[in-house]
Design a protein around this ligand. Sequence first.
Ligand SMILES: Cc1cc2nc3c(=O)[nH]c(=O)nc-3n(C[C@H](O)[C@H](O)[C@H](O)COP(=O)(O)OP(=O)(O)OC[C@H]3O[C@@H](n4cnc5c(N)ncnc54)[C@H](O)[C@@H]3O)c2cc1C
Length: 508
Amino acid sequence: MGAPQTYDIFIIGGGINGCGIARDAAGRGFSVGLAEMNDLGSGTSSGSTKLIHGGLRYLEHYEFRLVREALMEREVLWRNAPHIIWPMRFVLPYAKGLRPAWLIRLGLFLYDHIGGRKLLPATRTLDMRRDPAGKPLKPLFAKAFEYSDGWVNDARLVVLNARDAADRGADIRTRTRVIAARRENGLWALLLEDQRTGKVEEMHTRLLINATGPWVDHVLSDVVGKPGVHNVRLVQGSHIVVRKKFADPHAYFFQNKDGRIIFAIPYEEDFTLIGTTDRDFDGDPHDVRISEAETEYLCAAASEYFAEPVRHDDIVWTYSAVRPLYDDGASKAQEATRDYVLKADADAGAPLINAFGGKITTYRRLSESMLEKIETHLGKRGKPWTADAPLPGGDFFATGFAAEAAKLQRDYPFLSSALSRRLIRLYGTRARALLGNAARLEDLGRDFGAELHETEIRYLMQHEWAETAEDILWRRTKRGLHMTPDQVTVLEDFLQSADTGRHNAAAE
Ligand SMILES: Cc1cc2nc3c(=O)[nH]c(=O)nc-3n(C[C@H](O)[C@H](O)[C@H](O)COP(=O)(O)OP(=O)(O)OC[C@H]3O[C@@H](n4cnc5c(N)ncnc54)[C@H](O)[C@@H]3O)c2cc1C
């Protein structure tokens, strides 16, 4: 056995923050390792409301720094990943007895003016008796405000950051748990356990990053050996997915009588996504599940607005995740700050930097701030570069999605328009690498249901670290929403038996 490998930087956690930091650092020329104990994005980063947003509600808590930074990120991220991120209009019905119209207008004025908006359209007022947005709602709402924010396929944002990091030389290991970390001779010595085989391997790194989201305190106490820490407050949020409640491509922002808000968002062509809830959580974040009370709450809150009520029977899928909110001592879950805090611990030798809190929307800025901290310890390597660097497959115009989908269908005329749109939405310009020389639909191999073909599965296993049916059906794609239990079983059997060619070469 040779000496353990030594990295400049080792990152624990393959959520959006870990993968974003890995990408930025690898692009500056650092040698980077990353371990994710499960699948990429399997923690909080695939369970969000999927908004690239300033957070209108955070203005009420005076979080101006966060809101401004997040607003500025909307167009930066959209430009760099126009396949998985796109603008969305949100309709906020005005309801008597809740927030006054002047307060909403003030919030939206700030929203329109402090965030470097260039492509996104500005706020406008709607007459809900005439506007199509009024149609699916009860006739109680005469007026609404319509404003812009962004939508993201959160799980794919994680994987594309990991893919780009690996393409730039990072060593991304999934299903690999960091079980111990100790300082030794000016370095960190880490023990990594392969979750498939149980094999333990030692690695060294000059600097360690703890980007484990809701596990951040757990890693500090159980892996690094700092018992009794309490830096984050864990807050559960759940969503329900129901059959489409409205036809338009806009989303709704509903205020509830308890002061909270929920969104109803068009989802995966045929569905509406409704969420979220806010309740304190303790337990293992991987075991988080929607409760009966949350389901009731979401159905009741949406039914206050939709003309046709949302019932239990309408629900086709639910998901839950745990927010790791930096604990600033706020009394209520919804009042805790959504901002991120980076804290370095370098007194006792090799540095450790912990990331607490953060949003999907601000992951790129969090990564830049992390690199600033890293470079104070390891020396400067490069300038910030990610603001103008497309993510894999995102090298086309921000507004060019429809044209890309049409171009793909022209070049591969056997694709249905739904499939070419879906492939561009997931893979952007890399859809061509996936399709290769295919000249007929049969060349894509077996269809496992809902136009999920063997070629796509192999691509996901070879280039995107997918291993299980869940990785493929619920994170890399959302085909799970469209497939029957029998079709899922057939896919599981195929994954067990086939030589699916998983290799995930470090760089392509
Ligand atoms: C309900 C809800 C809605 C949200 N909505 C939005 C939204 O609309 N917009 C927005 O911008 N933000 C939103 N957020 C916030 C956002 O989702 C999170 O802030 C973000 O995903 C956190 O990412 P992370 O990388 O820090 O954590 P995670 O994604 O949880 O990643 C941490 C990873 O570390 C891994 N890990 C833990 N311990 C170990 C170990 N010992 N070894 C190896 N790996 C380990 C875990 O498996 C996990 O995958 C929402 C959050 C929730 C919960």
